[in-house]
Design a protein around this ligand. Structure first.
Ligand code: CMC
Length: 391
């Protein structure tokens, strides 16, 4: 028999049991494996958090060293990947490039495709953790017209990412601890968020036993959309537009409330958080700190704060419980770090990578069945075929 109930957008449908991330949208609580996001953002580094998410416990120094050294062994990509990257137009959006290159890695790493044992999974995981930052850095270098280069194996995971992104030829790249800390924190805050759109995509693609890289590539495509990770780019473009418009926040508030106008206040609202997004709270403070530490004054930060204040006092937003989400302030920090706006969602993907991996691994270890939702059919009943001349 067919199904009788549907739940568009899965607003009230649980798809799995999971021991990775706890989220209470009413109370604004987010925890990875039992640790609060506030504490992790303050005290942990990104690679530790990646290990925690994927394997369930914080690593000992020895476990972390082994994990990092296994990742470093795979911090190269086949030279032909450069040719593929080279074939994209410079104007290509980095998210499209990133998802294609992640999928392309499958061709160069066939042993990562059919993985069943924990050991095979581990090998695929350290491979992608080594290679993904290279793809991220290279998509940005292509945009900026910089030659492609590898980082340095003597650096920390996040330091190496910054060097791979920004090092200019013949320059002795100096690590700036402010940037390292800011990026660590941003990546941690993005690292997992239970069964969101891209993560559900990774799990459902992976549930057919397609490989990890193919599943991740699908997740990247899901993240790209402006209702999901693409919101961080959209927020900055919206704030820029408001600035160009002489700072007229009222006009954009009006547009967001107008049901005839498709415009939404980007970086506002969340499917699950109906009180506040704890990540947004941490990021707002980090934006103040990082811009202060870097000595950057950005009028866009003031516009964002003004817009937030207006929205939080506005009946429309109050009634619908719409609050700033993780994407509202993150772009302001990325911008102060000189990351181009089209790269913002790529940075989100880099942060979300351990979460996607952890969820994929959990799904496989739990031996979940193939994801295959049902439907309620509303089309034609049986009719007979007409030849083309009779139509
Ligand atoms: N601006 C104006 N109105 C909004 C907004 C917004 N940003 N968000 C929701 N609403 C209204 C919506 O029109 C609806 O009104 P009504 O009840 O009168 O029809 C009501 O609030 C409920 O919204 P919904 O679209 O039914 O809620 P949803 O859970 O399906 O969507 C959302 C959640 C995040 C997609 C949505 O709030 C949105 O589009 N926000 C803007 C994009 C954004 O910032 N996305 C980032 C999400 S956070 C992290 C991430 O995934 O990247």
């Amino acid at each position: 028999g067919g199904v009788t109930t549907i739940d568009p957008g899965y607003k009230n449908t649980g798809s799995c049991v999971s021991a990775i991330t706890f989220l209470d949208g009413e109370k604004g609580i987010l925890r990875y494996r039992g640790y609060s996001i506030e504490e992790l953002a303050e005290k942990a580094d990104f690679l530790e958090v990646a290990y925690l998410l994927i394997f369930g416990e914080l690593p000992t120094q020895e476990q972390l060293d082994k994990f990092h050294s296994d990742i470093k062994k795979h911090s190269v990509v086949d030279d032909d990947v450069k040719k593929i990257l080279d074939a994209f137009p410079k104007s290509a959006h980095p998210m499209g490039v990133l998802s294609s290159l992640t999928s392309a890695l499958t061709a160069f790493n066939p042993s990562s495709v059919n993985v069943d044992s924990e050991e095979e999974m581990y090998n695929a995981i350290v491979r992608i953790l080594g290679k993904f930052p290279i793809l991220v850095a290279w998509t940005m270098r292509k945009k900026m017209g910089l030659p492609l280069d590898y980082g340095s194996s003597s650096l920390g995971y996040v330091e190496n990412i910054l060097q791979m992104m920004f090092k200019r030829p013949d320059e002795n790249y100096e690590q700036n601890p402010i940037l390292v800390n800011a990026l660590d924190k941003l990546l941690i805050l993005h690292a997992d968020h239970e069964q969101n759109c891209s993560t559900s995509t990774v799990r459902i693609v992976g549930s057919s036993h397609a490989g990890l890289f193919a599943s991740l590539s699908a997740g990247i495509s899901a993240l790209w959309g402006p209702l999901h990770g693409g919101a961080n780019q959209a927020v900055l473009e919206m704030l820029e537009a408001i600035k160009e418009d002489g700072g007229d926040t009222k006009k954009y508030m009006g547009k967001a409330k107008d049901k005839e106008d498709p415009f939404r206040l980007m970086g506002f609202g969340h499917r699950v958080y109906k009180n506040f997004d704890p990540r947004a709270r941490i990021i707002k403070k980090a934006a103040d700190d990082v811009l202060g530490d870097l000595g950057v004054e950005d009028p866009i930060l003031d516009i964002a704060k003004g817009l937030e204040k207006e929205a939080l006092e506005d009946d429309y937003f109050v009634k619908r419980k719409l609050y700033p989400n993780v994407d509202f302030y993150s772009g302001i920090i990325y911008r102060s770090m000189n990351i181009p706006v089209e790269m913002f969602t790529v940075m989100f993907a880099l942060g979300r990578l351990p979460g996607w991996i952890a969820q994929w691994r959990e799904m496989r270890l739990n031996k979940e069945p193939i994801g295959r939702p049902r439907q309620v059919y509303t089309g034609e009943t049986l009719r007979s075929f007409k030849g083309i001349n009779e139509r």
